[in-house]
Design a protein around this ligand. Structure first.
Ligand code: AMP
Ligand code: MG
Length: 399
């Protein structure tokens, strides 16, 4: 049985990066940006008035002028006016281009209005271009920005620079298949020996929340021939096939042999971890990737968040995630050979450190114990390079 680190390294060797596609900016949230965004002009593109008030010539104020005739008014979006005459000013609004002949803006708060005249408070500390956001100070025309993930600040850049569409990684096409004779649909009334299938819905929601493209999601009975057909067609239409259940040693655990018949080459089966030991992973020659997730609901979810989601991120070219580490105070020492994934609730300690607490549970079938948890921590087993029996800080994965 291989270690968690070895399993992950083997998975990473199979990564085939997804191609890029151009999509409307408004549909690009969370996608990985695959082009640099180039400033089409200086930013700000003009000397931008940064305060509502009065624009005038600095030299006039510096030489002692405190009373100015208000010549005109200019709002944001108007073409700039020109200052004329001696001891005049232009009433000006934030966002306007600085009027010709002005190099100072005085805030309303620092003035008093007297009919068509404005009186400036004495003793202000001002410099040339005070309250003006000067052209090009943020970035010069032609400067390029590259920021991995499409989030609000990148959307603001893209929109300002005139990108109605952006080049991003295409979404992976993902099929989900749960197997088990005991499984029935959500709206069915289960017989006393049946349960409603929950894993496919949990995995689907996790994929939806992460912005992936689930193209099909179904539950199949443990009938080998039917599973074979369905897995074959899922492989044809998908980049990734996620299976749940049927990967252990039971008499109806057909998944490993079905996958062999479908031409999915096994990379590994079983990892020294708890829960999720029977995880199966492989790929076809064409690069279709299959995860055979163990059916126990906690195992399915932990394997999903520990391996599947990071795998999808790697395929998309996402920047590597920095994972936080949290402190687990009460550490249990059962089967130290295995890496343990422990669902936890997080809270801030009085020392401003994040603490993890592991609620009691009844094993990997007990999905009700996940209620109220925020994610899980990884406690390395003896065969992991980072094994350390006195360790109290552990890598954290959130749901
Ligand atoms: P298996 O991996 O098929 O041996 O299943 C292990 C356990 O997980 C069994 O108790 C199954 O009933 C349960 N299980 C398998 N698939 C699902 C599913 N889609 N939803 C909920 N429980 C499941
Ligand atoms: Mg089963």
């Amino acid at each position: 049985m291989i270690s968690v680190n070895t399993a992950w390294a083997l998975m990473m060797k199979t990564i085939r990066p997804l191609e890029a596609e151009r999509v409307p900016l408004e549909h690009s949230a969370g996608r990985i940006l695959r082009e640099s965004l180039k400033a089409d002009r200086d930013y700000p593109p003009f000397d931008r008035v940064a305060m509502d008030g009065y624009a005038l010539a600095f030299a006039k104020w510096e030489s002692g002028g405190l009373r100015f005739a208000v010549q005109d008014m200019q709002t944001a979006g108007q073409s700039p006016k020109t200052l004329t005459g001696e001891s005049t000013c232009i009433e000006i609004m934030t966002g306007a281009k600085l009027p010709e002949g002005c190099d100072l803006v005085i805030r309303y708060e620092d003035t008093e209005r007297d009919g068509d005249t404005v009186v400036i408070q004495p003793g202000l500390v001002l410099n040339p271009y005070s309250n003006i956001h000067r052209q090009g100070v943020d970035c010069l025309s032609g400067l390029v920005f590259h920021d991995g993930i499409m989030k609000a600040p990148v959307a603001a850049l893209a929109a300002s620079f005139g990108y109605p569409e952006v080049l991003v990684t295409r979404r992976a096409r993902i099929s989900i298949i749960g197997t088990g004779d005991e499984l029935v649909a959500i709206n069915a009334s289960p017989k006393d020996y049946q349960i409603r299938a929950s894993n496919i819905h949990a995995v689907r929601m996790a994929l939806d929340a992460a912005g992936h493209d689930v193209i099909s999601c179904e539950t199949l009975a443990d009938q080998r021939a039917h599973i074979l057909n369905e897995v074959r067609s899922a492989l044809e239409r998908s980049d990734i096939v996620l299976l749940s259940g049927g990967v252990s040693a039971g008499k109806t655990d057909f998944i490993p042999s079905v996958l062999a018949d479908c031409g999915v080459l096994k990379v590994f089966h079983k990892i020294a971890q708890k829960p999720g030991k029977p995880l199966w992973f492989g790929q076809t020659e064409a690069g279709k990737t299959v995860f055979g997730l163990p059916g126990n609901p906690v195992s399915t979810l932990i394997c999903f968040y520990r391996y599947v989601l990071p795998y999808l991120e790697a395929m998309s070219g996402a920047p590597k995630r920095e994972r936080g580490r949290v402190e687990l105070l009460a550490r249990t020492a059962s089967s130290p050979k295995l890496t343990h994934f422990i669902p936890v609730q997080l809270s801030w300690g009085s020392d401003a450190k994040m603490r993890a607490e592991a609620p009691l549970h009844n094993g990997s079938g007990d999905f009700s114990s996940l209620t109220g948890t925020h994610g899980f921590i990884e406690v390395p087993g003896e065969n992991e390079p980072d094994f350390n029996p006195s360790q109290t800080l552990f890598t954290y994965y959130s749901w």
